[in-house]
Design a binder for this molecule. Structure first.
Ligand code: HEM
Length: 427
């Protein structure tokens, strides 16, 4: 007998959007054990993430699942420890460090172009794999301003495999405590992660902090213990790798299917760069490309939901929220709400170009309030420069129908995304 897969497992992003359509943007669902609030309302989002952020914690299924791999790092952790750690690592994400990120992004994109060029003529590039490798390179370098002696790729790959297993476990009907083969594999991957991190930390302990961009050095200088440093390192890989890869992948797909926008991007790049490679100083000269990234993050927000647990009773956009409620901020639904966006399903970068910013709480690809993504500026610099490097000499063309969306840890194209990456004809 074929068992029907429930909609919430098959396409959870569409399931939540349907809850919003049926019950409104502040939908209280009084489930017996844990009441749930599905939120796709700008005022409600501001209440939970910004105005009363301290009234909400991160003890949710989403973050507990991630914490099996990350431990209680910045993303999954809470309270005083979170506050101290955020303060400690913040300097590594300041403006000065982003210039290095720009150089790494250009280098990683060159690798992506070389990968496409090495394919037999007419063979499409599997873009998700290629952007993942590019993202991996950037996050690997960003983890420490200096080299990690080959350990960064090992760490990033083990984290990737562990996350796959966590996602599968979340969708599995087998009780969480049962030692299935997948769970034994997860334990093995976590052991690999622990071992690589222990090596990275031991190497770093032997050296004084010389560079304020060195995030491991910053953590050690602040007196964080080995376990805490391990958790934050893994958190950066989890939070910073797949998100960027997902976003770059969808952006390239959107551009490949919108030739008129793509032509304008090529014209912008030709005007700004005049045939040379892009760099840090060019970021301000590429407003359309930046708008393309903003619009892609609206349509395909990699972090398609953000969850919280109400620590005390609250009222959200006029709806009573009892303590213990699981609040699901449905970024996917919010970003595609016809009451907030004109033609929400259409790819229109111009809505972010020379236009007023979207109303507060209506556009939150990086979250909002005190828990706003620490890597937001890094991700934007990385994305714009990877795209600029790729598209200044190449163009993209679809190799098949538009892919379906799998809403996992991030949004992924089901079955991958093949695109033709071709040399740009001289104009
Ligand atoms: C938090 C999205 C890239 C590190 C977040 C949150 C979102 C988000 C929505 C808030 C989660 C919440 O409130 O519960 C994204 C997207 C990215 C991206 C869409 C790329 C397009 C990065 C990068 C890094 C990073 C590149 C680091 C290298 C983090 C960390 C947090 C976080 C550490 C937790 C911050 C805290 O709570 O203090 N991200 N992120 N992210 N992100 Fe990102």
């Amino acid at each position: 007998m074929v068992r029907a897969v429930p909609a919430i497992v098959r396409a959870p992003h569409l399931f939540l959007a349907e809850v919003t359509r049926r019950h409104g943007p502040v939908a209280a669902i009084p489930l017996p054990r844990t009441p749930v609030l599905v939120l796709a309302d700008p005022d409600g989002v501001r209440r939970v993430l910004v105005e009363n952020a301290r009234g909400y914690g991160k003890a949710t299924i989403q973050y507990s699942a991630l914490a099996t791999v990350t431990g209680p790092g910045l993303l999954a952790g809470d309270g005083e420890v979170w506050k101290q750690h955020r303060r400690t690592v913040q300097p590594a994400f300041h403006h000065g460090s982003l210039e290095d990120v720009a150089a790494h992004a250009v280098h990683a994109a060159r690798g992506l172009v070389a990968e496409a060029d090495a394919l037999p003529p007419g063979t499409p590039l599997e873009v998700l794999g290629a952007t993942s490798r590019a993202g991996l390179e950037v996050v690997g370098h960003t983890l420490a301003a200096a080299d990690l002696s080959g350990d960064a790729p090992l760490l990033v790959e083990a984290v990737g495999r562990a996350l796959e297993l966590v996602v599968r476990r979340a969708a599995s009907p087998v009780p969480a405590a049962w030692p299935t083969p997948a769970r034994r594999r997860l334990a093995r991957e976590v052991a690999v992660i622990d071992e690589v991190c222990a090596r990275i930390v031991a190497t770093r302990r032997a050296r004084p902090l010389e560079d304020p961009r060195d995030v491991v050095g910053l953590m050690l200088a602040a007196g964080m213990d080995d376990r805490q440093v391990r958790d934050e390192l893994v958190t950066f890989v989890v939070a910073g790798h797949e998100t960027v890869a997902s976003s770059l992948t969808w952006t390239l797909d959107l551009l490949a299917r919108a030739p008129s926008v793509l032509a304008r991007v090529h014209a912008e790049l030709a005007g700004a760069l005049g045939g040379r490679e892009p760099g840090w100083d060019d970021l301000g000269k590429l407003p359309l490309l930046r708008a393309v990234v903003d619009e892609s993050l609206r349509l395909y927000p990699p972090a398609w939901v953000v969850t919280r647990q109400a620590l005390a009773d609250d009222v959200v956009a006029g709806v009573a929220v009892p303590a213990g409620t699981l609040v699901i901020v449905c970024t996917w639904g919010l970003h595609r709400d016809p009451a907030l966006w004109e033609a929400p399903e259409e790819f229109r970068p111009d809505r972010f170009l020379d236009a007023p910013r979207p109303a507060a709480g209506s556009y939150v690809p990086f979250g909002a309030g005190p828990r706003l993504c620490i890597g937001r500026d890094l991700a934007l610099v990385e994305e714009v420069l990877v795209l600029a490097t790729l598209l200044c000499e190449r163009t993209v063309r679809p190799a098949g129908p538009a892919p379906r969306v799998d809403a996992l840890v991030t949004l992924r194209p089901r079955g991958g995304l093949p695109l033709h990456v071709e040399r740009l004809a001289p104009s």
